[in-house]
Design a protein around this ligand. Structure first.
Ligand code: 4AD
Ligand code: MG
Length: 454
């Protein structure tokens, strides 16, 4: 039977009789006269204190009400004499829905995140992961609000694709040909090689060049063998694509996007933020507030390289114009040098995919990355190359068959317009927003090299 959740019971401003609360037992403590149960149903960080008199008819059940068990409590919501909560539930009857015994792995608090990953099916019942996933849901909703309020259309770009958007060859193959079979690729399900998408951008562009402003928000897949705290093989990406927007507009939209989500975080996730600030990262709230209050620092890749070279810092990877910025470089810029998010733009052409717009200097493209303290890159985007001849040259130079991307270059053949977009890694954003420092702990079931459990 659906009943009010504990979050709404705790928000009550007056006593209520005969309410029903259902949830999972976090702790039980017995005294002579009564038993105290901390009941949590996942609707909020805080649980409901249930007080059950030892004289109730259901008192014989109390010893079976162990940590992890699920119960239904009927009782009166009354002001609590305790300091920790304003209301508590004075039980009249308790029913055990599902027992849990002493093998339940979450007997005590303070498990390591490493251990919790091995019980990913139970970890949402902890304060930490419960908070992370409440935040994740609210931020997903805020993302839709941000774009919908500005007349963007939500487009469902395909998960299975034949195109390698990023040109990095880090794609998972999708096939019905049995392993080890000598069958030819043209007999495969799609008649040609197919993959899980690394980005919805290319298909997103076709819709931006029809509906104006669109976004896609869905799962993306990368078969890159990077065993880091910031890479997952399956992650979610937010990808807006905007006709008649140049690189500057793109950078502004990305900054507004991050700030909108942070404002929404403060408005809708206050309890979780306090929790993260206390137990995960003591500087979190100050850092997020600072991010909201300051404009992001904008600088060119060339200036960024200059700052890194002059920093006198010894980096593991050398800094040189034309080389990728490594995460240690990105973090130095955002965390130490500017102490605020940084938007780096105009990257060397040789580092970036074929679709980015070439700048007049012949060396750089209209690319931008947003780097944040603690993580590095959370957003990558660009103005797209809208000139057919340049696009085809760039495709050939990167070993792509212009014929296979004919549909994409058609956008430049028929009514080509300047347009831009970006991709924000949802998990990277969540790491920034929660202070949680491993991507495996902000996604329900992490897929990383060697791990696709659950
Ligand atoms: O910089 P990336 O590769 O850009 C694109 O895919 C563009 N097509 C996006 C666009 O312009 N529409 O990826 C975008 C973002 C990165 O900034 C990062 O936040 C995230 O996606 N990302 C990952 N997140 C988790 N695990 C991985 N392996 C990731 N790879 C990229
Ligand atoms: Mg990138």
């Amino acid at each position: 039977m659906p009943t009010p959740n504990i979050r709404s019971l705790l928000a009550s401003t007056s006593p209520q009789t005969d309410v029903i609360a259902q949830g999972w037992v976090r702790t039980r403590r017995d005294s002579k006269a009564c038993t105290f149960i901390e009941l949590n149903d996942g609707s909020a960080l805080k649980g409901l204190q249930v007080v059950a008199d030892a004289a109730l008819p259901c008192a014989a059940l109390y010893p079976q009400i162990l940590t992890g068990a699920s119960i239904r409590v009927t009782g009166d919501l009354v002001p609590s004499p305790g300091a920790k909560q304003s209301y508590e539930l004075l039980a009249k009857d308790i029913e055990i829905l599902g027992e849990a015994d002493s093998t339940y792995p979450l007997q005590k608090k303070g498990h390591t995140t490493e251990f919790l990953r091995t019980i990913a099916h139970l970890r949402p019942r902890t304060n930490l992961l419960g908070s992370v996933f409440r935040v994740r849901s609210r931020m997903a909703f805020a993302i839709h609000r941000f774009f919908q309020e500005q007349d963007f259309f939500y487009i469902h770009t395909p998960i299975i694709t034949a195109s390698d958007c990023e040109g990095a060859g880090e794609m998972f193959r999708v096939t019905t040909i049995p392993h080890g079979s000598a069958a030819k690729q043209d007999t495969d399900f799609f008649g040609k090689p197919a993959y899980l998408t690394v980005s919805g951008q290319l298909q997103g562009e076709t819709f931006a060049c029809a509906l104006g402003k669109i976004y896609t928000f869905g799962p993306t897949f990368r078969a890159e063998n990077s065993n880091t705290t910031r890479h997952a093989a399956e992650f979610w990406m937010i990808e807006p694509e905007m006709a008649f927007h140049d690189l500057r507009d793109d950078m502004t939209m990305a900054e507004n996007n991050v700030k909108y989500l942070l404002r929404s975080l403060f408005e809708t996730c206050g309890e979780e933020l306090e929790f993260f600030n206390q137990f995960v990262d003591k500087g979190l709230i100050a850092r997020l507030q600072h991010t909201l209050d300051q404009p992001f620092q904008r600088l060119t890749y060339t200036d960024a390289v200059d700052i890194l070279l002059k920093s006198g810092r010894k980096f593991e990877y050398p800094v040189e114009w034309g080389h990728n910025l490594q995460s240690e470089h990105e973090r130095f810029l955002a965390e130490e040098h500017f102490k605020t998010p940084v938007t780096v733009f105009n990257y060397p052409r040789s580092l970036k995919p074929f679709y980015m717009r070439q700048n007049d200097d012949g060396k750089t493209v209209a690319a931008m990355d947003v780097l944040v303290p603690g993580i590095g890159e959370i957003i990558g985007g660009s103005q797209r190359e809208e000139r057919l001849d340049r696009l085809e040259t760039a495709m050939s130079a990167q070993g792509l068959e212009p014929e296979s991307y004919r549909w994409y270059s058609d956008l430049r053949r028929y009514g080509s317009v300047p347009h831009s977009g970006y991709g924000m890694g949802f998990e990277r954003f969540l790491m920034f927003a929660t202070g949680v420092n491993n991507i495996r702990d902000v996604i329900p079931f992490a897929r990383t090299p060697g791990h696709a459990d659950f």
